[in-house]
Design a protein around this ligand. Structure first.
Ligand code: 5GP
Length: 186
């Protein structure tokens, strides 16, 4: 089987490696200042948020603990979510009384996060805020208060830096848009 170079499928780099690096440093500095004197629990949602979480935690100078959840939406396609969310991996420790920051890769319709926020609030954290690397406001269906935002992007399906298409392209070090023939198979 011929496995092509991933980068050959990319039509355009939307956000480059250096731009991501700078933004992560900026967010880390803001979080370190905002939560100074406290200890932060970062809750990341697998798998797409993995690179962002790994980089962001190293840009934060106050003590943090981390936890990971994995959710999947029922009935969606490779490029659309359905809003019905199933928890595949739950938190491994209690967040009761803790300052929690949800670390997300991208907020699109907001349906996944809306579900997750309600779920996490039910666990009685001291505070709950949201940090997303990418925000695609054009397709928002539910209002989500975003406390920390990396980049606002247009209504395009993006891959790379954790984000996949059919589980591929997560390892691209930048955020890009695929060539139309990759989606269409034409
Ligand atoms: P939402 O529930 O906000 O519509 O979507 C949340 C999830 O859909 C994201 O965590 C991500 O997994 C997926 N998603 C939304 N937009 C994109 C996109 O442009 N590219 C990729 N690869 N995944 C996306």
């Amino acid at each position: 089987m011929h496995i092509p170079e991933l980068a050959n499928d990319v039509a355009e780099v939307l956000i480059g490696e250096e731009q991501i690096r700078q933004k992560v440093i900026e967010l880390g500095a803001r979080l370190s200042a905002d939560y100074l004197g406290r200890e932060l629990t970062l809750v990341s949602v697998l798998k797409g948020s993995l690179p962002f979480m790994a980089d962001l935690m190293r840009a934060i100078s106050i003590p943090v603990t981390i936890d990971l959840m994995e959710v999947s939406s029922y009935g969606g396609t490779a490029t659309e979510t359905s809003g019905l969310v199933r928890i595949l991996k739950d938190l491994s420790a209690s967040i009761e009384g803790r300052d929690v920051l949800v670390v997300e890769d991208i907020i699109d319709t907001g349906l996944t996060l809306n579900y997750l926020v309600r779920y996490l609030k039910g666990k009685n954290p001291r505070s709950l805020r949201i940090c997303t690397l990418l925000d695609k406001p054009a397709r928002r269906l539910v209002e989500i208060p975003i406390d920390y935002r990396g980049f606002e992007i247009p209504d395009q399906f993006v891959v790379g830096y954790g984000l996949d298409y059919g589980e591929r392209y997560r390892n691209l070090p930048y955020i890009g848009v695929l060539k139309p023939e990759v989606y269409g198979g034409t």
